[in-house]
Design a protein around this ligand. Sequence first.
Ligand SMILES: NC(=O)c1ccc[n+]([C@@H]2O[C@H](COP(=O)([O-])OP(=O)(O)OC[C@H]3O[C@@H](n4cnc5c(N)ncnc54)[C@H](OP(=O)(O)O)[C@@H]3O)[C@@H](O)[C@H]2O)c1
Length: 279
Amino acid sequence: MKKALITGATDGIGREIVKELANRDYSLIIHGRNREKAAKVVAELKKTNNRDYNIEIADLESQLEVYQMAERIKSSQKKVDILINNAGTYQQNFKYSQDKIEKTLAVNFHSHFILTLFLLKNIQNSNDPRIINVSSISHSSKIDLNDIWEPKNYDAMKAYKDSKTAMNLFTFKLARLYQNKIAINCLDPGVIDTKVLRRGWSLNGSPAENGAITPVYLADSEKVKGETGNYYINKRKSKPASITYDKDLQDQLWNKSIEMIKHQEIKSAIKKIINQVEY
Ligand SMILES: NC(=O)c1ccc[n+]([C@@H]2O[C@H](COP(=O)([O-])OP(=O)(O)OC[C@H]3O[C@@H](n4cnc5c(N)ncnc54)[C@H](OP(=O)(O)O)[C@@H]3O)[C@@H](O)[C@H]2O)c1
């Protein structure tokens, strides 16, 4: 049975992804920041698919909690076949994360950067390894990589869009590094009626289950097995902002993301991993 880890599985699109994967016989690691909400999702899943589900709690605002979660998963799971980096937030007002990084960027992108790098070995133990990054059509077509961590003039929409451009840049760099080893893609899930949409846009979205269609396709379909380094909308390859293909920008973000790890223990561990990855 394949094992999938889904971040932000306690609400919205993530909750629908786990429902769908449970129907397809996956063993699931349900990530959330709130244990009660995660337990409720599991209770719901068990009504139709009664098996063991793992719950992992970590606030993605905290680098330490992300690191500790990654360590727990590494020691308890020999392999993780699918990682879906889905959790996200829209912050109307400027807030710092626990590590003094603008919160949207910390949650939507930087936490996933750290989590993914720590789990690479376990993901490589799969015979069909896949990483799926939930991005958005709402992403910036230019970005100031020095400003995003602590913006001088906070603009909520810009912070959100920058976090998604960062996710795309990260996806394409990692896909280059792991060519023929891990399938790594990103996607826009559509305009979906969730907290993120309600906070950022005055739009009526489609039902949450529609948001799970493309992530589940990239996780599970034989049609995209081995496909890597692409951005999808509605199960089709699409083109994100052209800057996200800029290799220099990808490298700059990569280096800055390491620099912005505030705990020496985590930074050293990440550098060790990266030394094995980069060639
Ligand atoms: N909805 C759309 O139209 C749309 C469009 C494009 C992209 N997206 C992306 O889709 C992804 C899923 O979002 P959604 O629309 O389903 O929104 P949502 O219903 O608010 O779900 C977001 C998930 O992320 C979790 N989360 C938020 N902050 C967290 C933190 N600090 N630590 C740990 N978990 C945290 C939430 O946990 P709680 O349950 O505790 O709140 C929830 O499980 C996001 O990456 C979003 O940017 C959405």
